[in-house]
Design a protein around this ligand. Structure first.
Ligand SMILES: C[S@@+](CC[C@H](N)C(=O)[O-])C[C@H]1O[C@@H](n2cnc3c(N)ncnc32)[C@H](O)[C@@H]1O
Length: 226
């Protein structure tokens, strides 16, 4: 059963005031995000929106790569912690389905593991992706990233729905003219291999052969052409 927005807020407020996420080391994550930004063609100094930024870990790494970052999350506790941890970065409590930013506010929207994408309703997902591209500059890029074990079932510990490969192909909105991916990859591959090798059709094919329960990363790049 999909959670209501209030359940999501309550869950993450509690989670961030207790344990919070464990992340790969900063050097590792820096290499992963650098690889993604190269693949997505993000220029130095780009204005980046980190959607569902949690306590700001990815925002901070994107900022360390020289981007002008705004992190947003619907969890006030997450944002409070992010501000305390990384006072040099702009963080705001915002609902990613009702962003207040004007068209052209950002060059890159980075949306990793945001609960809004934790849905089986692909039409709803497409509507949300349209909303996210609406804050981009013409030619700007939206990167949708998530995790999936490809099982078509919910992981009980995280309540995360594991989209099948068919679902993941269906992430591509019918209105999007310039799309790259979706690819299946893994952060370890993104760190170890050049971007052209870690995010492509062949790697995706290989990742589909790995047993279902293995957690892959999904990467989808959508260019705003309006
Ligand atoms: C699985 S966590 C991922 C957080 C972060 N991107 C990361 O990878 O560490 C999902 C995040 O999405 C946030 N979120 C859920 N619904 C949201 C919404 N409508 N607007 C903004 N953030 C939302 C949650 O509060 C939570 O911080």
């Amino acid at each position: 059963m999909e959670q209501t927005q209030q359940q999501i807020i309550d869950y993450y407020n509690e989670f961030y005031s207790t344990e919070g996420f464990r992340y790969y080391a900063p050097e590792f994550t820096t290499a992963v995000l650098k690889s993604l930004c190269v693949k997505a063609g993000i220029q130095p100094g780009a204005r980046v929106l980190d959607v569902g930024c949690a306590t700001g870990y990815y925002s901070a790494i994107l900022a360390s790569l020289g981007y002008d970052v705004t992190g947003i999350d619907i969890s006030a506790t997450g944002i409070e912690k992010a501000r305390a941890l990384y006072p040099h970065i702009r963080f705001e409590v915002q609902d990613a389905t009702a962003l207040p930013y004007e068209k052209g506010s950002f060059d890159f929207v980075f949306a990793l593991g945001v609960s809004v994408a934790n849905t089986q309703d692909l039409g709803e997902l497409h509507t949300w992706l349209k909303h996210l591209t609406g804050v981009l500059t013409p030619g700007g890029t939206l990167a949708l990233l998530g995790g999936s074990r490809l099982t078509g079932a919910v992981t009980e510990s995280s309540d995360w729905f594991n989209h099948t490969w068919k679902d993941i192909r269906g992430f591509v909105p019918p209105w999007a003219a310039q799309v790259r991916g979706p690819w299946l990859t893994h952060f370890r591959l993104m760190r170890a291999l050049p971007p052209a090798l870690s995010m492509n059709a062949l790697t995706t094919l290989l990742m589909r052969w790995i047993p279902m329960g293995f957690q892959r990363r999904v990467v989808l790049l959508i260019k705003n052409d309006s």
